[in-house]
Design a binder for this molecule. Structure first.
Ligand code: SIN
Length: 357
């Protein structure tokens, strides 16, 4: 080969190698804001085998992000520590603050989705509250962990990766607020914590998951039929404090003490977690009728984990002027009743909300 040809061949080879060495051109990655609130996902234990008796809410959002460098493959993430608490200490005041921040972030053109790290104990309540008050269709995903960050096979890092990947996915838009843990995607309204300890605790036992995460990609199988996010009538903008609503659990011999105490405490609504199909003992019924006569809105729910509470079934709701909770758990019924009371005290309208949301 003469010198000219050798130079040409070398040039071609160099071009081939330099093209091959360049990283593939990536489409613009979405921007996902991670809002951290504490919980076990940010928890630390004394040893790598400590899975009970650890301390929740000790690691900050930067540490959570740093533990999952793979996040950079699916999104540009930013972190913000909104609270640093175990979720049993979450209150309606926290819900309001968090929801305001989510709405602010989603209103920005440079935010494509939000992932929220949260303790698992009350995660489903926060998720449903956000589902009813977030005013955008961009994805909002709640995520937690059952094992603290220091444990062997901690579930937090993979859960966070999946949650961010889901929040970054255009396919996740318009589906309402979601919970993503243990590779499953569940609707905020339907999901509940079903087990005190296992990694597959978040389930929607009767309705099933919306979809699954595989290698950081969501696949959806169903969609919720209940209205959510921008389709709801709830506006937290002007609200400083949410109406006080309590839950009373029925059990053999429960009587009326807890109901009377709620009334004395000044609640505006009571969710009665009744037995069976929302049945009321004679004492409970008398106390709830009294409560209603004072303007307190009464919702009949059930302590049974599955099924609906039928209107005018175990109690004559029309005559008593009570509301039936449909298939919402007592804790989810409380979230909806709290928001309903920001709009109206009319029980017919509130019953309509329990059918719509
Ligand atoms: C909590 O809810 O903050 C503690 C429990 C957990 O996150 O699993």
């Amino acid at each position: 080969m003469n010198t000219r040809l050798t130079q040409l061949a070398a040039g071609v080879l160099a071009t081939v190698f330099s093209v091959a060495a360049q990283p593939a051109r990536e489409p613009r990655l979405p921007n996902v804001a991670i809002l951290a609130t504490g919980g076990t996902i940010a928890g630390t234990g004394a040893t790598s085998t400590t899975t009970v008796g650890y301390k929740a809410a000790t690691l900050g959002v930067d540490a959570l992000i740093a533990a999952v460098p793979e996040l950079a493959r699916v999104a540009h993430v930013s972190g913000e520590q909104v609270f640093q608490i175990a979720s049993e200490n979450m209150t309606p005041g926290h819900w309001l603050q968090l929801a305001r921040r989510v709405n602010e972030l989603l209103a920005r053109d440079d935010v494509d989705g939000v992932a929220i790290t949260h303790g698992t104990d009350t995660l489903e309540e926060t998720a449903y509250f956000l589902d009813l008050v977030v005013k955008r269709s961009k994805p909002v995903v709640l995520v937690g962990a059952m094992r603290p960050s220091t444990s062997l096979s901690a579930d937090g890092p993979m859960n966070l990766y999946n949650a961010v990947a889901l929040a970054a996915s255009p396919d996740a838009a318009g589906r309402g607020v979601m919970v993503c843990m243990n590779d499953q995607i569940n609707a905020a309204r339907d999901v509940t914590k079903t087990n005190t300890a296992t990694l597959d605790t978040f389930r929607a036992p009767e309705l099933g998951p919306l979809g699954v995460m595989e290698s950081g990609h969501p696949t959806f199988y169903r969609t919720t039929t209940r209205l959510h996010t921008s389709a709801t009538e709830f506006d937290i903008g002007p609200i400083q404090e949410l109406p006080k609503v309590g839950i009373v659990l029925a059990y053999a011999g429960s009587g009326r003490v807890a109901i009377d105490a709620m009334v004395a405490a000044g609640v505006r609504g009571i969710v009665h977690a009744g037995t069976g199909n929302g049945s009321l003992s004679t004492d409970a019924k008398a106390a709830l009728v009294e409560a209603r006569s004072k303007g307190i809105v009464v919702v009949r729910a059930s302590r049974v984990p599955g099924g609906t509470v039928a209107r005018n079934g175990e109690a004559d709701d029309d005559a008593l002027d009570f509301v039936a909770a449909d298939n919402l758990s007592p804790q989810k019924a409380r979230v909806l009743l709290t928001l309903a009371l920001t709009r109206t005290a009319d029980t017919h309208e509130i019953q309509g909300m329990f059918r719509r949301y």
